[in-house]
Design a protein around this ligand. Structure first.
Ligand code: DC
Length: 218
């Protein structure tokens, strides 16, 4: 029996995580946050104080990495048995993840870890290359984006709500730099998959986006 897959790709801060989780919950499907796999590797690399330009060392860490995802109300991620959830969302983790994600050898190691999430009754996969590389067979694909300015201010609000000190201008600049790196890398760059539904969420509520995506699947 074929397992249905919905891919949601797009730049950081477009609302992919919130939308994907809500859609997965509504359809009762599994959820893959592929960014958290790259982020977990970034945390492992930073903890070992490995030179991020040493591709072989980063690949070795990726191969040895023991990751466990516990999906309750909130996602809990464990690296070698240690809860790293609180470190996942930081800017340092995200930027480091984006840098190591450029290496094709790293992407190759992480490919199977992502495909393992494809299980019945279905999968919502969120990332940069879900529809273009990891799950090309997916029946439904979405490319979700928003202007860098809007994504910057959403991220700023999120951080402020968590009591984390933030600078809007700096965050927007980092988002633009990350977009550029993710879109211009040679292997699996961020781009709209063929046939994907393009949604610009700049002027939409999250509820509107969720409704549009659920309508697509149904
Ligand atoms: O979605 P995110 O912000 O958690 O992802 C962090 C970084 O990981 C992103 O800037 C690039 C990389 N990434 C990737 O290259 N491919 C994916 N499918 C998901 C994330």
């Amino acid at each position: 029996m074929s397992i249905p897959v919905l891919t949601i790709d797009g730049p950081s801060g477009a609302g992919k995580g919130t939308v994907s989780r809500a859609v997965a919950k509504s359809l009762d499907w599994n959820y893959l946050d592929s960014g958290s796999i790259y982020r977990s590797l970034a945390i492992a690399v930073l903890e070992k104080q490995t030179d991020i330009e040493d591709v072989d060392a980063v690949v070795a860490i990726a191969q040895a990495m023991q990751l466990a995802f516990e999906c309750g109300d909130e996602l809990v991620v464990k690296l070698g048995g240690v809860d790293i959830t609180s470190k996942l969302a930081t800017e340092t983790t995200g930027n480091t993840a984006s840098i190591i994600a450029v290496y094709p050898e790293v992407r190759a190691v992480l490919l199977q870890k992502q495909r393992d999430f494809k299980q019945l009754p279905g999968l919502v996969a969120d990332g940069r290359d879900m529809g273009t590389v990891v799950f090309t067979e997916a029946a439904n694909k979405v490319y979700l984006t928003a202007s860098a300015k809007e994504r910057g201010s959403r991220r700023y609000k999120q951080l402020k709500e968590k009591g984390i000190d933030a600078n809007l201008e700096l965050i927007t600049k980092e988002i633009e730099a990350r977009d550029q790196r993710d879109q211009q890398r040679a292997t699996a760059p961020l781009k709209k998959a063929e046939g994907a539904l393009y949604i610009d969420s700049s002027d939409m509520s999250i509820e509107q986006v969720i409704e549009e995506v659920i309508n697509l699947v149904q």
